[in-house]
Design a protein around this ligand. Structure first.
Ligand code: ZN
Length: 169
């Protein structure tokens, strides 16, 4: 089932997600719905917070072929490099806005899979950026917070105006 994606500056994007206590059928279904929503919107990642579920679940697929889904439940960055890279980011909650954000160029993330089994991903490049971006969402952070106040206010105004126009239609 496709889910509705919250749009910045919706205050619900700033909520902090709770850890998943039990990986059960409900969580597996949430992950499947999130993947469907992400693929439908042509995104490379989605956090549960973005579909108004305050639980620590993210889905990611950075493959060209769009057939390498990753589901991470209670993801945690356990190691990272000290090298920062500047990478252009976008977000399904901030449509049509892209800008450069500094991130670690390598991370190791531990999480549970849909069966509740723990696993570890080591990532660089786009996957590393994407994992940091999605885990940020679980802590109530949207990437535009890293941009200058001027840029952020412009984005805010633009998206609020667009939402108003869409509301009138
Ligand atoms: Zn995002």
């Amino acid at each position: 089932m496709k889910l509705e994606i919250l749009c910045y500056p919706d205050a619900r994007l700033n909520k902090i997600a709770e850890p998943v206590l039990q990986v059960d059928e409900r969580i597996a279904q949430l992950a499947d719905d999130m993947l469907e929503t992400m693929y439908d919107a042509n995104g490379v990642g989605l956090a549960a917070i973005q579909v108004n579920v305050q639980e620590r679940v993210i889905v990611v697929d950075v493959s060209q072929t769009r057939d390498e889904p990753l589901v991470l439940i209670n993801p945690q960055i356990v190691e990272h490099s000290n090298t920062l890279i500047l990478h252009e980011e976008g977000c399904l909650s901030v449509p049509d806005i892209y800008d450069d954000v500094e991130r670690w160029d390598w991370v190791a993330v531990e999480a549970l899979d849909k069966q509740g089994k723990s696993f570890r991903v080591e990532a660089d490049g786009l996957l590393a950026v994407c994992l940091q971006h999605e885990i940020d969402h679980l802590d109530g952070h949207v990437f535009v917070e890293y941009l200058s106040t001027l840029k952020r206010n412009r984005i805010r105004t633009k998206l609020l105006k667009r939402a108003r126009e869409q509301g009138k239609q």
